[in-house]
Ligand binder design. Structure first.
Ligand code: IFM
Length: 461
């Protein structure tokens, strides 16, 4: 028998994490929905970005992706079969407001109503992320996240979503990984909208911080009983050596990658003592902004995949710090060239626990892409199961050490469009054959379902 046909032994059970622990999967609209121009849907910055030559692996795009728009029932039934009781998905702003603001698409609203209602019918709790990186293109043409008017646009969008879906959806997330969409989209230019440099990055950061808190306030007012959070990418940062230059470089990277968005939301301002260049954000600040940057979130979502090793570098402007790639370090990696390093999730749980003012912490994303082996219609992905188990062990250890953490969402349900990397890295518990749209549960998906079902057979597979 091939060694990966049996799931590795795992001695933890869901109830070892507590009876209220939340178990789910996370997804994002542009990565799964497809139906990019159905009815009156507007274009998002991703619809536009993918059409630029050289931006995406092999020129791929999310026009069809896994066609969740048409296949949402099949996918939600798969979740049900896998005993998954919480589903985190994002709304496409341009599907709801084709022109960014103004006219509402009733077709767009109807689609999300169908998804929400079917989740509830299947006893799956819907978690809505309001912004997972797909700004309406018309708003980008007015400056996007660099334009302070985004506060008004965002308010209009959130208010409507809260009013239309808040009767049934009680779990809300304002932003997904603001550091990634501002860093990759407005500084490095490798994600939509492809803008570069500090002159784009700094205002985008500041407006995202303000929108994050504003979104919280609007949700609280419109749906008083809602549980409201925002999510943050985070990775343990290890200095390359114990030279003071490398230690300083690691501190700067930590401030930028892990602290830049959470700290203003807690009323602590920007980490300018570690990254002085952030003082230039002052140019975009108004006197009331410090107060308006914070919000008393009900929970914080942390999203962890790896750790980063950082060293000093003279050639990197402003920061003088650079990441030492995992392949160069000759460590075990995923297809994203991310080191497999489970203690990082423990370190991040501890880091976020150390802030005063965070009430609840959930892991709202964790997962891995590997070269899945397809053999006789079976998808053998033992490496993914081992990855998930090793991270769950760290989460359990954190709980045993008295740290709060009360949920875990796997990234992700089905293989999907991994942004600039296209369809090459597969992160799903479910394999998708993109030409036929055939779904096949991977061994890791079977294991997750078996684990959540306390060893019972999967419900209808
Ligand atoms: O696919 C992404 C997701 O959109 C945001 N968090 C990280 C995932 C894996 O790269």
């Amino acid at each position: 028998m091939p060694e990966d046909s049996e799931p590795p032994y795992f001695n933890l059970r869901p109830h070892d994490f507590g009876s209220d622990f939340v178990w789910g999967v996370s997804t994002a609209a542009y990565q799964i929905e497809g139906a990019h121009d159905i009815y009156d849907k507007g274009a998002s910055i991703w619809d536009r970005f993918v059409s630029k030559k050289g931006t995406i692996f092999q020129g791929q795009d999310g026009r069809i992706s896994c066609d969740f728009y048409h296949r949402y029932k099949e996918d939600i039934l798969l979740m049900k079969a896998m005993n998954i009781s919480h589903f985190r998905f994002s709304l496409s702003w341009a599907r709801i407001f084709p022109d960014g603001i103004g006219k509402v698409s009733e077709e767009g609203i109807a689609f999300y109503n169908r998804v929400i209602d079917f989740c509830l019918e299947c006893a799956i709790t819907p978690w809505i992320t309001l912004y997972h990186w797909d700004l309406p293109q018309v708003l980008e043409e007015k400056g996007g996240w660099t334009n302070r008017d985004i506060l008004g646009w965002f308010e209009t969008y959130i208010k409507l979503c809260a009013e239309r879906f808040g009767d049934r959806v009680k779990q809300w997330i304002v932003l997904n990984e603001p550091m990634v969409f501002t860093g990759a989209g407005y500084f490095l230019g490798v994600h939509a909208p492809g803008r570069k440099g500090l002159k784009n990055f700094l205002p985008a950061v500041h407006h995202a911080v303000l929108c994050q808190a504003l979104g919280g306030r609007i949700l609280r007012k419109t749906i008083p009983e809602a549980s409201i959070g925002s999510t943050f990418s985070c990775s343990q940062i290890t200095p390359f050596s114990d030279r003071s230059k490398d230690i300083r470089a690691a501190q700067k990277a930590d401030a930028l990658l892990n602290r830049l968005f959470i700290e203003p939301s807690l009323g602590m301002g920007y980490p300018t003592e570690s990254v002085p260049i952030l003082k230039r954000i002052e140019k975009y600040q108004k006197p009331e902004d410090l107060e308006n940057s914070s919000f008393d979130f009900d929970f914080i979502g942390i999203q962890n995949y790896t750790r980063e090793v950082v060293r000093h570098s003279y050639t990197v402007p402003y920061l003088r710090a650079k990441i030492v790639k995992a392949t160069r370090r000759k460590v075990k990696t995923t297809l994203m060239d991310w080191e497999v390093y489970p203690p990082s999730i423990y370190a991040m749980i501890a880091k976020f626990n150390a802030y005063t003012g965070i009430k609840k912490i959930l892991v709202t994303e964790n997962g891995a892409s590997f070269e899945d082996q397809v053999r006789n219609g079976e998808i053998a992905d033992r490496a993914r199961t081992e990855y998930l188990q090793a991270h769950l062990e760290q989460i359990h250890k954190a709980q045993n050490d008295g740290l709060k953490v009360s949920g875990y969402f796997v990234w992700t349900l089905t293989d999907n469009f991994e942004w600039a990397e296209g369809y090459r890295p597969r992160f799903g518990l479910v394999h998708v054959e993109f030409t036929s749209q055939k779904r096949t549960l991977k061994a890791s998906g079977k294991w997750y379902g078996y684990f959540l079902g306390l060893g019972k057979e999967l419900r209808c597979i």
